[in-house]
Write a protein that binds this ligand. Structure first.
Ligand SMILES: [Zn+2]
Ligand SMILES: [Zn+2]
Length: 260
């Protein structure tokens, strides 16, 4: 069984909890921690969790909305941190505080107790950014945010998953007509920036969706997107009701979802 829930999603902080269990033993990890310790503890509590319930902290890349809270939190609660060599190279000074750091290969699957994690590289303006597919051996949860565009490899990784958390960062028209400075607009819309609603929809359209039980739009820009726009783009691509698609909110995240 896989369960997952979100502490919050967006440029002001990210955190995803993934849990696998066989009825006797449960493995639970946090993916990214862009909130300070107090905030992280409070957001975990909303899901009925304490820091001691986590046995690992996986980091996708070094941007502060993903990494900002990782080191203090991991050091305070003695949690192992898993990150790529490239991400580690950005933060070397801070790792002294950590109980344990494990460097992962951005192409090699690894296991944390009963949880399988398969990293895959993504085109994003960071040193060695990865996203993940999680598995309990039977079911798979795909995570894709902070990606400038979808590569063939990304498509291959996410095809046939049972649940998918998919970046819908911005609506291109809102971004272009919005108030962001030109350099920031260019960065976001570049092939190493963030996935817009239509690009996310195009990716979704080519994936094998035959097993998809959950679809959640994530990392929505507060300024340049809306839940309605993201939902309707994905619903058109997936041929489903817009209301069926979840939203990973910046403040509320989302509650537990279970893959059966
Ligand atoms: Zn981000
Ligand atoms: Zn990023």
């Amino acid at each position: 069984m896989i369960r997952f829930a979100c502490l919050g999603s967006g440029s002001r902080g990210n955190g995803l909890v993934v849990e696998v269990g066989d009825g006797r033993h449960t493995t639970r990890v946090l993916v990214d921690c862009g909130f300070n310790c107090r905030e992280t503890v409070a957001r975990l509590a909303r899901l009925g969790l304490r820091p001691a319930d986590l046995c690992g902290l996986l980091v996708t890349h070094e941007h502060s909305d993903h990494l900002g809270g990782v080191f203090r939190f991991a050091a305070r609660y003695g949690i192992r941190v898993f990150l790529t060599h490239g991400t580690l190279s950005c933060v070397e000074a801070a790792i002294q505080q950590l109980a344990a750091v494990e460097v992962i290969d951005s192409h090699l699957p690894f296991k944390i107790d009963g949880l399988g994690a398969r990293p895959f590289p993504v085109p994003h303006d960071a040193r060695e950014p990865v996203q993940f597919v999680f598995s309990d051996g039977a079911r798979r949860l795909g995570l894709l945010t902070d990606t400038g565009h979808a590569t063939t490899h990304v498509e291959r990784m996410l095809s046939g998953v049972d649940a998918l958390i998919l970046e819908c960062n911005h609506d291109l028209r809102m971004l272009e007509s919005g108030r962001y400075p030109i350099w920031l607009r260019r960065r976001i819309a570049s092939p190493y920036g963030h996935l817009d609603n239509e690009a996310a929809a195009r990716l979704l359209a080519v994936l094998d969706r035959s097993k998809l039980q959950h679809l959640v739009a994530a990392h929505l820009s507060h300024q340049n997107n809306s839940a309605e726009l993201a939902r309707s783009a994905l619903a058109r691509a997936a041929g489903c009701e817009a209301e069926w698609i979840g939203i990973a909110d910046q403040d509320a995240g989302f509650a537990w979802r279970e893959i059966r």
